[in-house]
Design a binder for this molecule. Structure first.
Ligand code: UD1
Ligand code: CA
Length: 460
């Protein structure tokens, strides 16, 4: 049997989005709209996908990559015209599955069902339809007295009677290539928009006495098109519910699924509890038995089993098992916490490794630092890693104790087991086991608070 190619129409601007970004690049649940459609066709077993691009083609290509097959539609003259542009890229495929780039909720199983019906019936066209409560904006499916599909009428060309039909065109179809390609060449732009409508191909098939099939989608929600930002948010909510439901079924506790935002690319281990206002994004892997949130963002990061992260922002970082982060911590890219590390409130860490069991409990900045195991970093400690031109490393070896309010002027190293006195500004390496004091000696004046005392003391 001849192969199947999926063609995804995505050359339009998406005027109703009022955006400088092409519509299909708007994102929900960690993927742009086009990537959601591509994921569905791939999961339905279709490896050969052609995307028709035009408006913002450069941006779409940059987002989807060079490996993807593209066809170009220079001028957006309608969906029929767009599909015709894919003729060459589709090659000799016998079955063409057409989708729009703006239907991110379509399920792989629905596509498989559509392809199956198309093959089983040997139809020239099989269109996926849906019965919806509000058909506004969609093409309407016209059936004859026997229930056979006769054609599709766009809303703006529909009579009041046709507008009342609530079975809509989802914009997803299967075509026999032998019928499709010649039919597209016969389309005429005689409609309200002056465009070449792909939907007119259905009536052409009927005219030729060919078989036209329709599959009514069981779930109207999954064929919803995103044309404006209201629909973008609605589609996002559907994805959120799907993802959160799947996670809960797999043993993750989500206190409030409505306010928990997890990308489709994220995995979460069993018995992890997620509090409201938590965003898990990108390539993030969360272990089992963790406690996340409330008010936490974790992006492109890995979190080990049994860690707790509260009111924190974690970006491109690795957090080992049994760690405690937050409240109010900011872990920037390149942070690597080993096992059982504690990072407390108002701590920022960047491009640094913190060894097993070390504590950074409060009010600290660690940048470009290598911190060993069992280290205690006192409140208010700052690595001065930037000299205005370049970043320098700080090394703090195992078991060192850094007193509160210390400045570590990098490059600098504090040896194993060393102790740095509170309030020190450390500019030179501290040997292992040493006590470093780098601060003014305290002066006690005999009578407190009298003006001039300090000056007299200095002179004397
Ligand atoms: C289209 C269908 C309508 C269906 C609806 C389902 C037509 C004429 N109408 O309407 O019956 O109910 O989808 O969501 O097909 N595109 C191009 N080049 C163009 C025009 C459009 O690539 O010249 C692409 C768009 O980027 C988009 C898709 O085709 O991804 C659909 O275009 P859109 O303008 O959204 O069509 P609708 O008005 O929604
Ligand atoms: Ca649309």
């Amino acid at each position: 049997m001849a192969a199947t190619v999926a063609v995804i129409l995505a050359a339009g601007q998406g005027k109703r989005m009022h955006s400088r970004l092409p519509k299909v690049l708007h994102r929900i649940a960690g993927r742009n709209l086009l990537q959601h459609v591509l994921a569905a066709t791939r999961e339905a077993g279709i490896e050969d996908n052609v995307i028709v691009i035009g408006h913002g083609a450069g941006e779409v290509k940059a987002a989807l990559g060079e490996k993807q097959k593209y066809a170009y539609q220079e001028k957006q003259l309608g969906t029929g015209h767009a599909l015709a542009r894919a003729r060459e890229a589709a090659g000799e495929a016998g079955t063409i599955l057409v989708l729009c780039g703006d239907t991110p909720l379509i399920r792989p199983a629905t596509l498989t069902g559509l392809l199956q019906q198309h093959r089983d019936t040997g139809a020239a066209v099989t269109v996926l339809t849906a019965r919806v409560a509000d058909p506004t904006g969609y093409g309407r499916i016209i059936r004859d007295g026997q229930g056979q599909v006769k054609g599709i009428v766009e809303e703006r060309d529909a009579t009041p009677l046709e507008k009342a039909i609530n079975e809509i065109n989802t914009g997803i179809y299967c075509f026999a290539a032998a019928f499709l390609w010649p039919a597209l060449a016969r389309l005429k732009p005689d409609n309200d928009q002056g465009e070449y409508y792909l939907t007119d191909v259905v009536a052409l098939a009927v005219d030729q006495g060919l078989r036209v099939e329709a599959l009514v989608a069981g779930d109207a929600e999954e064929v919803m098109g995103v044309n404006d930002r209201v629909q973008l948010a609605a589609a996002g909510a559907v994805w959120r519910r799907r993802i959160n439901t799947a996670l809960m079924r797999d043993g993750v506790t989500i206190i409030d699924p409505e306010t928990t935002y997890i990308d489709v690319t994220v995995t979460v281990g069993r018995d992890t509890v997620i509090y409201p206002g938590t965003f898990l994004e990108g390539n993030t892997i969360i272990g089992a038995g963790c406690c996340l949130g409330p008010g936490t963002t974790i992006r492109d990061s890995r979190v080990g089993d049994g860690s707790t992260i509260t009111y924190a922002v974690v970006l491109e970082s690795t957090i080992g098992p049994g760690c405690q982060v937050g409240p109010f911590a900011y872990l920037r890219p390149g942070t690597n916490l080993e096992r059982e590390v504690k990072v407390g409130d108002f701590v920022e860490i960047k491009a640094s490794r913190v060894g097993r069991g070390s504590k950074v409990p409060h009010l600290t900045y660690l940048g470009d630092a290598m911190v060993g195991a069992g280290v205690n970093i006192g409140a208010g400690t700052i690595t001065c890693n930037y000299d205005g031109r370049q970043k320098w490393p700080t090394i703090i070896e195992d078991g060192a104790f850094i007193g509160s309010n210390t400045n570590l002027v990098a490059p600098v190293k504090v040896g194993a087991g060393a102790l740095v006195g509170a309030g020190s500004t450390i500019t030179e390496d501290v040997p292992a086991g040493a006590l470093a004091l780098a601060r003014e000696r305290q002066v006690n004046l005999p009578s407190r608070g009298k003006k001039g005392d300090e000056k007299r003391q200095e002179k004397g």
